[in-house]
Design a protein around this ligand. Sequence first.
Ligand code: AMP
Length: 114
Amino acid sequence: MSETIFHKIKRREIPSEIVYEDDHVFAFRDIAPQAPVHVLFVPKQDFATLNDVPFDSPEIVGRLATAAAAYAKKEGFAERGYRIVMNCNEDAGQTVFQIHLHVLAGAPLGHFGA
Ligand code: AMP
């Protein structure tokens, strides 16, 4: 897949607030937050969209979700709640073609859809 802005964030080549990192995942604040907390969790292994993740590698996406839950507990919003979202391709509005999980929290969130 092609280079994205998230690769530059991972390499600390452009400014970003990285809030979480482990061997498999890194996470940083979204530049255009849609909620008081809006963090993106990205695997260190590259996939452009969810469609590109091999069926027998569910840990790629699973690690994003468990890292998000660990972060929610650490930051104290796990009990109040949060939303995780992954956009895939055009109809979902994906704009950065490197898979990432949005974590939204910090206020009651409206429901969404078409
Ligand atoms: P998506 O539309 O699901 O592909 O989400 C891409 C997200 O990346 C959007 O919410 C953008 O606001 C966010 N974004 C784009 N550029 C940056 C950046 N330099 N730093 C942090 N977040 C970014």
